[in-house]
Structures are given as structure tokens and as C-alpha cells.
Design a binder for this molecule. Structure first.
Ligand SMILES: NC(=O)C1=CN([C@@H]2O[C@H](COP(=O)(O)OP(=O)(O)OC[C@H]3O[C@@H](n4cnc5c(N)ncnc54)[C@H](O)[C@@H]3O)[C@@H](O)[C@H]2O)C=CC1
Ligand SMILES: O=C(O)C(=O)COP(=O)(O)O
Length: 602
């Protein structure tokens, strides 16, 4: 294989080539905009994700704040974006406004429905949920539209736990009912005799951030604390003196049940007629999680039947609940209007947490609190960074080589690495190959959030294979190969002996290179665009092609010739900075030794 660089080689650039058909909006901007967001102020493990870039958006991005947000968060947002605070929008008003916004910030009071994403027509890049629960955001629709959803998972934990404890104590001592009674001019000391907490068993259902803080505080009140959470660590529970038990045991033995799980299909109406029937008579229920985890009608029945002595509820299936709701009006039920996160401190904290996440995402930083994108640990990301561009470009090249009518269905990606398969996390690379494969042939915009979903939607089956090779395991990858099966090619030489379109590349000095086309070895830097010619190897070919391009002022950055044997068939790969005219490509194709030619845009 012969290969040389022309003197006019342009400065290597790692910038992402933007898609001109679509706003670069939510491009997974690799790798120029790939930055690392690490907040030392937050103690827990941070995962980093590639998110949006606003690099090519003219002017400042616009952030719609649809619910009240703490001042500190607004100040942060205003330093970077135009901030539109419009509260109490109707669903129709939200849909109208959203097409002018790059980001949307909500709390639990705004439904971010599929219609919102559809109405945004691709402009909305980030939805920030200023709090924990994202059940008011249609995550599937966000993912399909390539919109990142971030939340603020930590700043309101203590507030929610404190509210749970406030409800527990208020319920046990009838504080709300007694208060209303005194204000109504009564003095009913016998009516409002409460129950004590000390020595009682409380079952915490959902031993996550809030649940464990509630458990800690309940222990401080002298309660016996048990918890049920199929995904929680028994060690963490043991560390704060809590026993993890089965759901059945938790509900059968508890005097108080405090709910702290997310609303999911599995937790939906987890407390229902059947489960209430298994509870200890006289149990008391606290819910600061989500209304939907309780079958509210069943709870009324359980209250009336005396199974449940009292309930204290901050959250409801429908918010606000109907004024004549039997549950809300029940005299043994204490209610608050979803106040769990509503402390001054929590709201300031949440506002800062979400503003940082949204601004970071708009800047193209790596979001740590993304809800709908695969998490890629920081260390993996750092390592794979140079291969990210290679992966996308190989996908782009491979798909542009396809011809015929059979359609791209099966793509095989092989990673050659000296590392053990478990040591190579390829999710990011697969997403980028998918992006490269799909974007040149569709108007779908692919990013890390929606790559797998989009591939599946299009019936694209991407299989991955790791080939372990000898060598130093210092670099994560030696090469990436992309093969498209069962298709014809616009460039017959791109079909390998086994019948697939095959392109292979590797990273050299930080720059992605194409190193194989079909069975031909080439070596061309993947910058600008590429012309591939199959020719009968003979002297003077490089000069002839070079001069045709030169006449049109097309700058050649790289040339290489891969051949089977001297003076036999060869593939010449030419890197060009500019797009040659059709006429020039035709003239090159008419050089007698040239058998086929294809121009590939990177
Ligand atoms: N009322 C309010 O204003 C607030 C409500 N919340 C709600 O509190 C809940 C908990 O929030 P965090 O503790 O921050 O979330 P988290 O994610 O830290 O904890 C949730 C826990 O529930 C567990 N879980 C999931 N499915 C379960 C099941 N079927 N059975 C038992 N456990 C299950 C998970 O393993 C996890 O440990 C969420 O629903 C959140 O939306 C949070 C903050 C304020
Ligand atoms: O963070 C949560 O999950 C909450 O429920 C808090 O909701 P809010 O932000 O107060 O509307």
C-alpha cells in the first residue's frame, strides 16, 4: 500500500460536521463540544452524558420556565439564555410557545405531553424537571424527538422527608383536625386523642433517597423501622439500622406505612383492595410519593371499613383533586397540596440544580442528571472520545456506498481491541455509528438519546462483535469495522469477499482514518470528503486525478492507493476539502484506467 500526504494537508480538526438539513439543535456534538461536567459540590457518583449543543444557534437560546423557580436558578439561566417565565399556561398555550423555545423547565404541575414535543418541531432540546418525579413528562415522546430530559434529583430530598415526618406526627396527633376545630370555636380535648409513635413499627416502601431519610428520622423518634425495596442495598439499610423485608411482611406488620417509591407500572395502585385487606387493622398511611401508588377509591373503602385508621396525603392521582373528593373530605384524612418539596431551602437548591443542568445541556456539556439517555461513565467517555468521530464517519461512509433496493437492515460492527470484551463499553460508539448510518439517508436527527430507538424504528439491526487482538491494552480500540449485509454497492470494490459492504477505520494521532474499503487497504484521513476510485494500478494516476481536481481549485488533503499487487487492481482514496463538480468527477471517471468512482460526503 502506498500512501502520502499532500503538503496542503489542513490542520486536523475534530469539529463535528453539522447537519445542514436540521437545526444543529440536539446534535450529539462530538467531539469539539464534548465537555465534561463534574460538580464537586455534589457528593454522589456522577455519570456523564453527551447532550445538546447550541453551538450553531444564532443568539441566545430561549428557556421557557413554566412553573415558579427559585431566584438563584433564574439568575443562572439569565446569564446564558433569554428566560421567559410564563406560569399557568394552558396546554394549548404551552404548545404554541414551545416552538420558540430551546429548553423548558417545569415542576410537577405541567404536563409535558407528546403534543408539546410535536409542537416544538424539533427546536426543544432539553426539558428540565425542577424536582425528582418525571411522571408528568412523556419520556417516550421526548426520546423519540431526541429531546433530553434532566431532573434535579437531590435538592428536595430532605424537604420531602421532613414533610413525610410532619404528616406522620400531625396525623398521629390530629393536628390539622384539632386546629380546624379550635378555629371553629370548639374545644374538643377528648375527640382528638392521638396515638404515640415511640415503639411503633413503620414500613418505608421505597428505600431510596427520601425513604432512607424518613427512616433515619423515624428511628430518631424511637420507631421500629422496616423497609421494602427490591432494588435497595441491604448493607445501606443495615447501616442505618433498618431491616429490609418483603412487601407482604412490610404491609402485614406495620402500624404506619410511608410511601416513597416512584410511580411506575409496577407501583401503580400498589396499595389496593387486596393489599389493604392484608394490613394490620388500624394501620396509618402516609404518602408523599405519588398519588397513583394508591388506589384512592380502595383507600376510602379501607378507611370506612376501619382497616386504615388514618391517612396523610400530600399527593393525589389527579392534582388538584376534585373538591368533593371523598378521600380529601374524609375526616380521618389529612391533606396538603403537594408541598413535599416546598421549603425555601429546597426550592433554591432545586432551582440551581436544574438551571445548571439545563444550561450545561444547552452548551453541549455532558449532563449528569439525564433521565432518558444511556449513562456513560466519565472514564469511559474520556477514553472513547477519539473513536466517537471515527464511528460516525464510518457509518456515514458505509451507508453512502449502498445501492439497490433491498434496504439497509443488518449492520455488523466489529471492534478490534486488545481488551477483554467486558472492558469495552461501546454504547456511545454504537449510537454514533447509528447516527452516521441514518442521518445521510433520512431527515431524522439522531443523537445519543434516541439512537437505539431510531434504529429499531427503522428496522435497522445493529449487531456488535469484539475481536480480541494481541497488543497493548493501553488504547481502548485498535479499529472499528462496519459491514452492511445483503445490499448492492455504488462502488463494487466496497463489497468484501464475504459479500458485505465493508469499511474499516482507526484513529491515528487523534485523527480518524479510513483504512479499509471492501478488501482494499487504504489510508486516508477522514476529514472533508472522499473520492474513491478503482483503477488498474499504473504510474501517473495520482498526477492525472490531482490535476483535474487542481484545475477546479479542489484542495486535496490526502491520497492513498491500496492495491492487490503491483499493476493490478487498486483503490485510490482521495481526501478533498471541497466538493468537486459533477464534471470533474466525470472526467476522472473517464480516465481509461479508472473503472469506477464514487464521491462520499463526510
Ligand atoms: N411530594 C413531593 O413533593 C415529593 C415527592 N417525591 C417523590 O418521592 C418518591 C421518591 O423520591 P426519591 O427518594 O428521590 O427517589 P429514589 O429514586 O431515590 O427512590 C425511589 C426508591 O423506590 C424504589 N422502588 C422502585 N420500585 C419499587 C417497588 N416496586 N417497591 C418498592 N420500592 C421500589 C427504588 O428502588 C428506589 O430506591 C418519588 O416518587 C418522588 O417523585 C420526591 C420529592 C418531593
Ligand atoms: O420532586 C418531586 O418529585 C416532587 O414531587 C416535587 O414536586 P414540585 O416540584 O413541588 O412540583
Amino acid at each position: 500500500m502506498a500512501s502520502f500526504k499532500t503538503p496542503a494537508l489542513k490542520t486536523p480538526s475534530l469539529s463535528f460536521s453539522s447537519n445542514s438539513r436540521l437545526p444543529s439543535a440536539f446534535s450529539v456534538t462530538f467531539p469539539d463540544n464534548l465537555r465534561f461536567s463534574r460538580s464537586s459540590s455534589r457528593p454522589q457518583r456522577r455519570f456523564l452524558i453527551v447532550t445538546a449543543s447550541s453551538a450553531s444557534i444564532p443568539g441566545k437560546p430561549t428557556v421557557l420556565v413554566a412553573e415558579k423557580l427559585g431566584e438563584a436558578g433564574l439568575t443562572l439561566l439569565k446569564q446564558f439564555a433569554n428566560v421567559d417565565c410564563s406560569y399557568n399556561l394552558s396546554p394549548e398555550e404551552l404548545c404554541t410557545k414551545i416552538s420558540l423555545c430551546d429548553a423548558l423547565i417545569v415542576r410537577s404541575g405541567t404536563k409535558v405531553s407528546r403534543e408539546v414535543f410535536e409542537s416544538s418541531a424539533g427546536r426543544l432540546k432539553v426539558v428540565g424537571r425542577a424536582g425528582v418525579g418525571i411522571d408528568n413528562v412523556d419520556l417516550a415522546a421526548a426520546t423519540e424527538h431526541g429531546c433530553l430530559v434532566v431532573n434535579a434529583p437531590t435538592a428536595n430530598t430532605v424537604a420531602a422527608a421532613e414533610h413525610g415526618i410532619a404528616l406522620l406526627a400531625a396525623m398521629a396527633r390530629n393536628v390539622a383536625q384539632a386546629d380546624a376545630s379550635v378555629k371553629a370555636g370548639k374545644w374538643q380535648r377528648n375527640k382528638y386523642v392521638g396515638v404515640s409513635l415511640v415503639g411503633k413499627t413503620i414500613a418505608v416502601l421505597g428505600f431510596g433517597k427520601v425513604g432512607s431519610e424518613v427512616a433515619r428520622r423515624a428511628k430518631g423518634l424511637g420507631m421500629h423501622v422496616i423497609a421494602h425495596d427490591p432494588y435497595a442495598s441491604a448493607d445501606r439499610a443495615r447501616a442505618i439500622g433498618v431491616e429490609l423485608v418483603s412487601f407482604e411482611e412490610a404491609i402485614a406488620t406495620a402500624d404506619f406505612i410511608s410511601l416513597h417509591m416512584p410511580l411506575t407500572p409496577a407501583t401503580n395502585k400498589i396499595l389496593n383492595d387486596e393489599t389493604f385487606a392484608k394490613m394490620k387493622k388500624g394501620v396509618r398511611i402516609i404518602n408523599v410519593a405519588r398519588g397513583g401508588v394508591i388506589d384512592e377509591e380502595a383507600l376510602v373503602r379501607a378507611l370506612d371499613a376501619g382497616i386504615v385508621a388514618q391517612a396523610a396525603l400530600d399527593v393525589f392521582t389527579e392534582e388538584p383533586p376534585k373538591q368533593d373528593s371523598k378521600l380529601v373530605q374524609h375526616d380521618r384524612v389529612t391533606v396538603t397540596p403537594h408541598l413535599g418539596a416546598s421549603t425555601m431551602e429546597a426550592q433554591e437548591g432545586v432551582a440551581i440544580e436544574i438551571a445548571e443542568a439545563v444550561v450545561g445541556a444547552l452548551k453541549g456539556e455532558l449532563a449528569a442528571t439525564a433521565v432518558n439517555a444511556p449513562m456513560v461513565p466519565a472514564e469511559v467517555l474520556t477514553e472513547l472520545k477519539p473513536y466517537v468521530e471515527l464511528a460516525e464517519k464510518l457509518g456515514r461512509l458505509a451507508v453512502q456506498l449502498v445501492a439497490g433496493v433491498s434496504g439497509v437492515k443488518n449492520v455488523k460492527v466489529s471492534y478490534a481491541s486488545s481488551r477483554a470484551p467486558d472492558d469495552l463499553d461501546t454504547r456511545l460508539l454504537r449510537a454514533m455509528i447509528t447516527k452516521g448510518l441514518i442521518e445521510p439517508i433520512s431527515n431524522v436527527y439522531v443523537n445519543l438519546v434516541n439512537a437505539d430507538y431510531t434504529a429499531k424504528q427503522r428496522g435497522l439491526r445493529i449487531t456488535e462483535e469484539r475481536n480480541i487482538i494481541d497488543g497493548s491494552s493501553e488504547s481502548a480500540l485498535e479499529s472499528i469495522q462496519v459491514q452492511i449485509a445483503n445490499v448492492e454497492s455504488r462502488f463494487a470494490s466496497a463489497i468484501s469477499e464475504s459479500g458485505e459492504i465493508k469499511v474499516e477505520g482507526r484513529v491515528k494521532d487523534g485523527i480518524p482514518h479510513l483504512t479499509k474499503v471492501g478488501s482494499f487497504e487504504v489510508d486516508v484521513s477522514l476529514e472533508g470528503s472522499i473520492i474513491l476510485c478503482r483503477q488498474v494500478d499504473q504510474p501517473g494516476m495520482i498526477g492525472k486525478v490531482g490535476s483535474i481536481l487542481g484545475e477546479e481549485n479542489v484542495n486535496v488533503s490526502f491520497m492513498s492507493v491500496g492495491r492487490i499487487a503491483p499493476r493490478k487492481q487498486a483503490v485510490m482514496a482521495i481526501g478533498v476539502d471541497d466538493q468537486p463538480s459533477k464534471q470533474s468527477l466525470q472526467r476522472i471517471g473517464e480516465i481509461p484506467a479508472i473503472e469506477e468512482i464514487v464521491f462520499l460526503k463526510l
